[in-house]
Design a protein around this ligand. Sequence first.
Ligand SMILES: [Zn+2]
Length: 63
Amino acid sequence: MEECPRCGWPESEAYEVLSRHLTSEGVVTYTRCACGEVQVRVRRFEPGRAAPMHRTRPSGASG
Ligand SMILES: [Zn+2]
């Protein structure tokens, strides 16, 4: 567990979530600390827990 180097706010407790994006590596979250420090955190997907993907074909499509 890490803390903010400026005010010591625990990073586990996001003071304010600015935005959140889903990328191929994981979920990128932009958070702002109580002291105003903006931090970018990447929460990677858990390895080995990938859900099986079933690709469905559109019926009626010729090709
Ligand atoms: Zn802080």
